[in-house]
Design a protein around this ligand. Structure first.
Ligand SMILES: Cc1cc2nc3c(=O)[nH]c(=O)nc-3n(C[C@H](O)[C@H](O)[C@H](O)COP(=O)(O)OP(=O)(O)OC[C@H]3O[C@@H](n4cnc5c(N)ncnc54)[C@H](O)[C@@H]3O)c2cc1C
Length: 207
């Protein structure tokens, strides 16, 4: 972790955490991890339906469950009667939107942009090469997460005004990306001197 303006850092070892039985962690690609989880769920007996979007949930009176209406990728629609509905739509917050139940938290108002890069420097010593680094800077912080195959996930979480102050960041998110993170702090600048985008990533508003 790099403190703002100082270029100095601090290392936190899993082996020094409260539970010393878990001395290390793995960084995995989210997409691959999700794939493992969904296949495992199917192997364990869950019926997995892919490429199907829930369009409406109709709750029935007297706690009698719900009708779930969905649309498959080809346009075919299907409905189910369910005793329980668990909304696992993540940031899409399907039911939160439908039920108008979302409240903005003005204390937690941030934007993030991230991508996977090649060419970002790792720590030279084997022990630290896979370490996650967190860099603070005056507009927020960003993560630096080494992944397999030489890729590095780098993402910045900043106050929205900072992204808005960049030249057309949403339209030119990746050419603009190095400009967003490079000025952050000395140590981070060095490690991203030769990085190149692997061509995918996202600009998110986490409001
Ligand atoms: C910028 C960013 C960086 C992060 N970094 C990390 C990290 O380094 N480590 C970490 O552990 N976590 C990280 N997280 C958090 C992590 O990604 C989330 O906690 C996790 O993905 C939540 O999983 P989920 O299954 O609840 O939702 P999601 O992963 O969002 O999955 C929701 C799924 O629901 C589907 N869906 C949505 N709407 C519908 C619909 N109407 N019908 C059918 N399906 C629908 C979507 O297609 C998606 O497949 C990060 C999150 C963000 C935003």
């Amino acid at each position: 972790m790099c403190r703002p303006g100082t270029g100095t850092g601090e290392t936190f070892e899993f082996s020094q955490a409260w539970n010393k039985a878990l001395p290390f962690a793995y960084q995995v690609r989210r997409s691959q991890f999700d794939e493992v989880l969904i296949r495992r769920a199917a192997a364990s007996g869950a019926e997995v339906i892919e490429e199907c979007r829930v369009r409406e949930v109709e709750f029935l009176r007297d706690n009698a469950g719900a009708h779930v209406h969905a649309e498959h990728a080809g346009g075919r629609t299907e409905s189910w009667r369910a005793r329980y509905v668990i909304d696992a739509s993540g940031r899409d917050t399907f039911l939160g939107n439908r039920l108008n139940a979302k409240h903005r938290n003005r204390q937690h108002n941030s934007s993030a942009m991230y991508a996977h890069f090649t060419g970002a420097q790792r720590y030279p010593d084997c022990k630290r090469a896979g370490d996650i680094s967190i860099y603070w800077f005056e507009h927020g912080w960003f993560w630096f997460i080494p992944l397999i195959d030489g890729a590095t996930s780098i993402g910045a979480v900043v106050w929205p005004y900072y992204i808005k102050s960049r030249a057309r960041p949403a339209a030119r998110v990746f050419p603009g990306y190095p400009r967003l993170v490079r000025p952050a702090c000395g140590a981070a600048r060095e490690r991203t001197a030769d990085f190149r985008s692997r061509g995918h990533g996202q600009l998110l508003l986490l409001l």
